[in-house]
Design a protein. Structure first.
Length: 606
């Protein structure tokens, strides 16, 4: 193929004439700088290549060389705690080679994994044993949090004819040799390659049964996501998409986090890189980067690599899932990925669909999200990939194609609201526009592990918020003064739910992460206050003089005290919540006697 030449260059799209030997999705090297590219269209007369690096300076007539293999990710020790670009080149190494402005670097030669580093490897395979795809033949401690398990690549099985002793090895050293059924030998190293656009095989799908616990109340209690589930976080500029994904990445109970910065601004990605490098993993006390993989493909990097970065991220996630880990992918944002599809489609002169996006937008989105799931791996482990994708609709217009097509393929929709973000209500997830289809499937898990009343409380809180939404239509027309006390109470309790429960402070030690036991107690106290005050303002049929006015109860400050319990009650002391019930009863009793003005502030004990 040395005689293949560049015919035309149109941004990242390069054409070659008379190259029928090149195959679809084949990895090629373009030009004198050996730019990485991929065949995306082929015919007898012309072959089209999308180049994943900057094509400035590339001219017609330069050589094109095929590899005969698809664009693949190199999978092995050294992935965790590393930072890659969209085609899995290590950015730290590229920065050492060419400086900080990586986007203008073309053809920088850097392998995905450090080929010189020695790993302390324990060989678990023994000569004479039969091994099939997915079985683990060696392990090494990649970080203090993650044990890397070397697996037989998919589609390969045989008998071990050679197993090296445990010791120090490089990623490309042969540690095991398999004798295949046809008598040929297959060398196994510490790494393997896998095409990024091909899902890795699993033994089977497992029904969703457990939540991905995030410590964020609006997610865990109101709109839960399952391990192996999919969620979209749509929102306009400034609504907190990146902040929300940062919180989920820091606190969710996945074993490994894959954060894909796809087309976001460089300063936002810089914040991620710096912040994640300094953060401590709350479960282990170790640096968070010891269980995190970062893929940074910012808006000033080549647009074609932005399209590949999503597939690179999910391929790395599938690799660790096959080891038996629960993995969470944060994709920020899939709108920038879709814009890359639109730009390349325009350069290919394809017929545009809605808003210029290609007609195959929905199928590409579905291919990405359908790689999530809870599975039985080839080595008989239960593992999962959960995908949380941010969507950035222009002008916060949720009717645009990317949001609508994403909505078809995810089962959890966390709609961010600009009005909530502007009043500093974070996470700015609108409780009226959002939904989760996982709540019923997770009901048994919540009953067994949190409490049988968890979903009942959740439903009651949602009913209060829905009722308040209806009442606010009346209030906008005629004001709140004309409402009876029982309807005013709904508005006040809904306000308490919003400020005391749904709103969360990411910088407060007790509120950044809230365990499910405390979330349950918080819902219980809010509903106890609602029912107690409702009874108090209704009185009894026998003695209407026992009625209290809602304004009298509000003057006691009990609503404000309950709103502060998220800060004042430690996460590991849920038993203190029982004192708040006594406090509510005490305040209502004193108010009936007209002594509410003598009350003092409450610190958790009546």
């Amino acid at each position: 193929m040395d005689d293949l030449k560049v015919f035309s260059v149109n941004g990242p799209v390069v054409t070659v004439l008379n190259a029928p030997e090149l195959q679809m999705m084949e990895l090629v090297y373009v030009g004198n700088k050996r730019l990485v590219g991929e065949v995306i269209a082929t015919s007898r007369e012309k072959t089209t290549i999308q180049v994943y690096e900057e094509t400035t300076g590339l001219t017609p007539g330069e050589a094109v060389r095929g590899t005969g293999a698809p664009l693949s990710a190199q999978l092995g020790p050294g992935i965790v705690s590393n930072i890659f670009d969209g085609i899995e080149r290590p950015l730290r190494e590229l920065a050492r080679q060419s400086g900080a402005f990586i986007s203008v670097t073309a053809g920088a030669g850097a392998g995905s994994l450090d080929g010189a580093k020695l790993w302390d490897v324990k060989i678990t395979a023994r000569e004479g044993e039969s091994f099939s795809e997915g079985q683990i033949y060696a392990t090494c401690q990649e970080t203090q949090l993650i044990e890397h398990r070397m697996m037989v690549p998919p589609g390969i099985s045989g008998r071990i004819s050679y197993a090296a002793p445990s010791g120090s090895y490089r990623v490309n050293d042969v540690v095991v040799r398999l004798e295949l059924a046809d008598g040929s030998l297959k060398d196994l190293t510490l790494c393997q390659n896998w095409p990024i656009r091909t899902p890795r095989p699993v033994r089977g799908q497992i029904p969703i049964s457990m939540p991905l616990i995030t410590g964020q109340r609006v997610v865990d209690s109101v709109f839960p996501i399952a391990k192996g589930g999919t969620a979209a976080v749509p929102g306009g500029f400034g609504t907190g998409k990146t902040l929300t994904q940062h919180q989920l990445a820091k606190w969710c109970d996945a074993d490994i986090i894959v954060y894909v910065g796809c087309g976001e601004r460089g300063n936002e990605m810089t914040q991620v890189l710096e912040e994640f490098s300094e953060l401590e993993d709350p479960k282990s006390g170790r640096p968070l980067m010891e269980r995190t993989i970062l893929i940074a493909n910012t808006s000033n990097m080549p647009v074609a690599a932005r399209e590949a970065s999503i597939y690179t991220g999910v391929t790395l996630a599938e690799y660790f899932r096959d080891m038996g880990y629960h993995v969470a992918i944060m994709a920020d944002s899939t709108s920038r990925w879709a814009e890359a599809l639109r730009e390349i489609s325009g350069r290919l002169e394809e017929m545009p669909a809605d808003e210029g996006f290609p007609a195959y937008l929905s199928s590409r989105i579905s291919q990405f999200y359908e790689r999530a799931g809870m599975v039985a791996t080839m080595n008989e482990k239960e593992a999962s990939i959960s995908i949380i994708g941010a969507v950035s609709p222009q002008g916060a217009d949720f009717s645009e194609p990317v949001t609508q097509n994403t909505k078809r393929f995810v089962r959890c929709f966390w709609a961010l609201d600009k009005a909530l973000a502007y009043v500093r209500h974070y996470p700015a997830i609108n409780w009226m526009d959002s939904y989760s289809e996982y709540a019923e499937e997770l009901a048994d898990w919540y009953k067994r592990n949190v409490g049988p009343e968890f979903l009942t409380y959740r439903q009651e809180l949602m009913s209060i918020l829905n009722e308040e939404n209806k009442l606010m239509e009346i209030v906008k027309l005629i004001g709140s003064d004309v409402l009876p006390d029982d309807q005013k109470l709904i508005i006040e309790i809904a306000k308490l739910v919003r400020t005391g429960f749904l709103q969360q402070n990411a910088y407060h030690a007790e509120d950044a992460y809230v365990p499910l036991a405390k979330q349950l107690k918080m819902m219980e106290i809010i509903l106890y206050l609602y029912k107690s005050v409702k009874t108090a303002i209704a009185g009894t049929a026998e003695d209407q003089r026992s009625n209290l006015a809602l304004s009298e109860i509000m003057e006691t400050g009990i609503f404000y005290e309950i709103a502060k319990i998220k800060y004042e009650t430690p996460n590991d002391r849920p038993e203190l919540f029982d004192g708040y019930k006594q406090r509510i009863d005490h305040v209502l009793e004193i108010t009936k006697k007209g002594n509410a003005g003598n009350e003092h502030s409450f610190n958790g004990n009546p």
